[in-house]
Design a protein around this ligand. Sequence first.
Ligand SMILES: Cc1cc2nc3c(=O)[nH]c(=O)nc-3n(C[C@H](O)[C@H](O)[C@H](O)COP(=O)(O)OP(=O)(O)OC[C@H]3O[C@@H](n4cnc5c(N)ncnc54)[C@H](O)[C@@H]3O)c2cc1C
Length: 437
Amino acid sequence: MRYGKFSSKTLRSSEGHCSPVISRHHPTMAISVVIAGAGIAGLSAAFHLAERGARPIVVLDKGKVGSGSSSRAGAINTMLMETEATTRARGISFDIFERFDRILDDYQFHQVGCLAIYNDEQYETASQLHPMHHRMSAKIEVLNRRKVEDRFPDLQLQNNECGVLDLRGGYSEPERYIPALAAETRRLGVEIREDTAIERLLVRNGRVQGVVLNDGQELTADATVCTVNAWANGLLAEAGQSLPVRNFVIERHVTQPFAREPRLPAVNDDVRGIYYRPTEDRRLLIGDGAHGFAQASMPDRDFEMQTLEPNPACKPFLKKALRGRLPMMDGAEFDHHRVGLVSYPIDFKPNIGPVAALPGLYLGTHFCSGGFGYHPVAGLLLAQHIVNGKTGFDASEFSPDRFNGMDTLEYLKQEVPYSDMVEAHAANTVGFVRKRH
Ligand SMILES: Cc1cc2nc3c(=O)[nH]c(=O)nc-3n(C[C@H](O)[C@H](O)[C@H](O)COP(=O)(O)OP(=O)(O)OC[C@H]3O[C@@H](n4cnc5c(N)ncnc54)[C@H](O)[C@@H]3O)c2cc1C
């Protein structure tokens, strides 16, 4: 099912400039890389490094491919972000998803659009960013209540509500996307080792030279990429490089199949504080976007994501939030759910790039609730950092070094609820919309 799939013969390349489809043949380069974590961020880094000729590349995961937050995501994407760099980055992720839709076996980027639903006050805040979004080549339509309901007949809005449709947005199905990307990455020569836990970074002479595995084995490499997301501070702390990030527990639920396909795009419903989208098999996936996320203590190396429990208040909250919005949910039942962690840096921007204090180490971590939106470009930027020593656009906003000088350990000692983090961020950020709950 596709509503207005964006299509263009001349696609933006994943370097962020217009070009015909990129050549897939790159020379092999003797840059050895070890990647910690086989979630979507690690796989994307491996893919882009392999395409640029880095060899050998080994990806290590203490569990199975995608067994962290990646397989638990709603996997909804929009590029309508708050700064030029974050919006540009998400746009490049769309370039990559569009390309993956063509080149990955058994994967479809459901480019059905991503609709943000706002009330009048929220729209006034969000629309301050539209001139910037247009400059960054976003394709946006602002739809009043009637237009939303005509276009997406399963949605019902109030008179004081409207929709902003990001036409390049949409969703992926993690259970199809992750194996497809892993298979392509292996095909490019990358070795992925599952059930292989990393004990610590291998630091010698002030340089990260690889990793030490749980069984004491050392794997050395020219570049070490850390994409263990929620677990990152566990590895970084031992090397004296903790980051000011917090982890929160979130969950999403999937209904029983409906008799017909739901007629709606991917939706971030900021009025109701939830998000939802159709699935590939006539269900609805519905997640809580704001309802008092519990803070998770910093996961240690042995932490397993499957030990997380759903919040008993979440399902009733979702059902109530959907009343009067999605009539097809009246009487519908949930079938299954996934619970995972999202990792928020203090400034709500991901960490992507080298760490000056630990030469040889590169981070691709802490994507807030937007790892599906960020990981394609994160992998590309990491490959550019490692192979070219520079990125295709100014990505300094994502540098892990931006926190240098901050008393991170003091920050990590404090208990800061999610709502306080959001309030502090909103106070400093033009165009940031607080979700209602
Ligand atoms: C319920 C939910 C809904 C979400 N919805 C969306 C959404 O709609 N859109 C969106 O963009 N994002 C969404 N996200 C966020 C997104 O899922 C994450 O940001 C993204 O998956 C992070 O990917 P990752 O590869 O960085 O981390 P992960 O997938 O967590 O991968 C990290 C990997 O590191 C491995 N690892 C950890 N420690 C070690 C070690 N010592 N040795 C070896 N391996 C190790 C783990 O086993 C894991 O596989 C959602 C998240 C959740 C939980």
